[in-house]
Write a protein that binds this ligand. Structure first.
Ligand code: MSP
Length: 653
């Protein structure tokens, strides 16, 4: 045990009812690294969790008729269940709704304010709600979000700002003086030339137009910007900002923040600047991995190309999926996910190379020696090279793992697996067995193969939670010392008179054609089920949370209205400003319907208005009420009208 600490984090996930295989990629990688470090004797802290605040969550919850907390509570359980299915060995799971986190973030915000690094001003610019990101006019691409390509909203709010610009030079200096801080190198170049060199603007770090977030406790109404809230998790999870900060003292700074490439920017600019402002040490490394791509685009639920990790695991087994994710694509680069590639890897690397090696070895020991090798053994002329390859593989494997080059590490390991298979072909046990004088040679050869398998099984552990154990069972490796990491540096540790016992095939071969058809059906069924569940949940949710009494209904004052004028709201693509006559009263009511009705079409419309809604400010205009609309499955809006065309001011019941 070297006892040195190793702190690794994944991003904290937005609660989504269906995390896809792309999300699992990052967590599986972090898990492989955490397991590897534990095996190397490190004292590991592996953190993951959920990022639960923000306007996006608030809107979804509202649309489902539940509170944001009710919404996230249900989803977080599902996320934890998925990590269980994938055997993710995290040490801590943080939720940004956890009390200790909320309190610590308030303190962090206040500390930055007291220091003068946060100041109050007014924000006017663009906001992408799905990405929870602010953009300046020049950052937009064709008027849309440069990250996801979706519509952005103009926001104008009194806000707090973080003096990000102040840290620009220190950040550049830190990045340049610490090669490896941003990995891979290409991401460092991107951050410096695309973001840091052009100049940093101060960052808007509070919002006032919604409520679901951590309040700025010295200025009610302001909510801490969700990225400031989220990034802080890496230290609050360790107890930073509380009386119990022992874990913080022990594990911070993080050894590696593992993140997808699109959020490297937040982790290598905003987060280090926040830490600098707090006078805290910076993480040692931010590793930006690539995306798992399907059909040429990043996977996303909205694109309907979700690949359900649970379906894949149930069908092919956990080890195969974890292996595929980390073997197929060089970590850091984007890679395609296809079912063909997955089955191909299972058949060739797992069933053929690894599975066959184990089953033929155990099979031969049983066949030629009744399951137990004799003591008397001789070396063959091929031994030296096998033993040398094994030693070299260990070194290369460790070298790649230390750099998180998982695919390279696995490729080295498979070279040893293939070398071992080749050794069997070279020594030809099926020929040796025919000559009684050669029995010691035969026994020696099979011993070497078994020893090589033992060494391979130990290196497989970070990637595969199950196969190594199955191998140990078949080779009867019960002694802990034969399973320890350091035992792979020494050849010949297993007892020479080892006894084996054949078990089920580690990785059965798959009929590609049949499987592709079945898989397609299973994935479709899972998608259909998830949609059905969602609908059922929504319906149940409505019963559970939305049932109201007639007295509740009476609180809502619905009144007919007549739109007498309508105009677009400056700077907004969504909003129309309507002048609505309701009896004697005329009101200004804003509606997000500009995509569906022109101002000309609106004029003269007979509508239904929620009359006693609290006034709400949007884009500098105040709306006094809400015009009711229906929304169809494609998101088209239709005004709710009264079919006899009553004029304004009549009660709707
Ligand atoms: N909540 C933020 C992270 C805050 S960290 C302080 C977030 N959440 S996320 O749920 O959208 O994404 C979590 C991680 O999943 C990100 O690292 C993201 O890159 C990764 N992936 C999501 N889809 C992916 C693929 N298709 N392929 C690989 N990784 C992908 O961002």
């Amino acid at each position: 045990m070297n006892g040195e600490k190793f702190y690794i984090t994944t991003p904290i996930y937005y609660p989504s009812d269906k995390l896809h295989i792309g999300h699992s990629y990052c967590t599986v990688a972090a898990d492989a690294m955490a397991r590897y470090k534990r095996l190397r004797g490190y004292d590991v802290m592996f953190l993951t969790g959920t990022d639960e605040h923000g306007q996006k969550i608030e809107r979804i919850a509202t649309s489902q008729g539940v509170t944001p907390k009710q919404y996230v509570d249900k989803i977080v359980d599902g996320i934890k269940a998925l990590w269980k299915d994938l055997d993710i060995s995290y040490d801590k799971f943080i939720r940004t709704t956890d009390d200790y986190h909320v309190e610590a973030v308030k303190k962090i915000f206040k500390a930055l304010y007291d220091k003068g690094d946060i100041y109050k001003s007014e924000y006017e610019g663009w906001y992408c709600t799905p990405c929870e990101t602010f953009f300046t006019e020049r950052q937009l691409v064709d008027g849309k979000c440069p990250d996801c390509g979706r519509e952005v909203e103009k926001v104008k709010e009194e806000s707090y700002f973080f003096r990000l610009s102040k840290y620009q030079d220190r950040l550049i200096e830190h990045i340049e003086n610490n090669p490896g801080f941003i990995s891979p190198q290409s991401r460092q170049t991107e951050m410096i030339s695309n973001f840091l060199k052009p100049g940093l603007d101060d960052l808007c770090v509070s919002r006032t137009s919604f409520k679901w977030g951590i309040p700025v406790d010295f200025d009610p109404g302001h909510i801490v910007y969700v990225w400031v809230d989220a990034l802080s998790n890496y230290i609050t999870a360790l107890g930073y900002g509380t009386e119990h900060d022992e874990l913080y003292k022990k594990y911070w700074p993080a050894d590696v923040h593992l993140v997808g490439k699109e959020i490297v920017r937040f982790h290598t600019i905003i987060w280090p600047a926040m830490l600098m402002a707090l006078d805290l040490p910076l993480p040692k490394q931010v590793f930006g991995h690539g995306w798992l791509i399907i059909d040429g685009g990043k996977m996303s639920k909205s694109k309907g190309n979700v690949v359900d990790p649970k379906v894949l695991v149930d069908k092919y087994g956990l080890d195969s999926i974890r292996y595929f994710l980390l073997r197929e694509v060089a970590f850091g680069q984007d890679g395609n996910f296809t079912n063909e590639a997955l089955i191909q890897r299972i058949n060739s690397d797992l069933a053929n190379d690894l599975g066959n090696l184990v089953s033929r070895t155990v099979g031969m020991i049983e066949k030629y020696f009744g399951g137990t090798l004799p003591y008397e053994q001789d070396s063959t002329e091929f031994d030296t090279d096998l033993i040398k390859t094994s030693g070299e593989t260990v070194k290369k494997f460790e070298g790649y793992m230390d750099k998180m080059l998982f695919s390279d590490a696995l490729s080295e390991l498979w070279a040893l697996i293939r070398r071992t298979n080749k050794y069997i072909d070279e020594t030809q046990p099926w020929v040796l067995c025919k000559d009684a004088e050669k029995t010691p040679l035969l026994a020696g050869a099979l011993y070497n193969v078994a020893e090589s398998i033992r060494i391979i099984s130990i290196m497989l552990q970070p990637f595969m939670p199950n196969a190594p154990k199955a191998i140990w069972q078949q080779l009867n490796i019960n002694d802990e010392r034969l399973r320890e990491w350091d035992s792979i540096r020494k050849w010949g540790l297993m007892a020479h008179d080892l006894t084996v016992k054949k078990g089920p095939a580690l990785f059965p071969r798959i009929d590609m054609k049949k499987e592709l058809e079945e898989l397609e059906t299973a994935l479709k069924a899972a998608q259909a089920e998830s949609i059905a569940n969602k609908t059922a949940k929504e319906e149940n949710g409505k019963e559970e949370f939305n049932e109201i009494t007639i007295d509740d209904f009476a609180k809502i004052q619905l009144v007919t209205g007549e739109v007498i004028a309508s105009e677009a709201v400056k700077g907004s693509k969504k909003l129309l400003k309507n002048t609505v006559k309701m009896g004697d009263e005329t009101r200004t009511i804003l509606s997000g319907i500009a995509k569906y009705y022109t101002p000309e079409e609106m004029a003269g419309k007979k509508v239904v208005v929620v009359a006693n809604l609290a006034p709400r400010k949007m884009m500098g205009e105040v709306s006094h009420g809400m015009i009711l609309c229906a929304e169809d499955a494609d998101g088209n809006l239709s005004l709710v009208s009264n079919d006899k065309g009553f004029g304004g001011g009549f009660e709707v019941r």
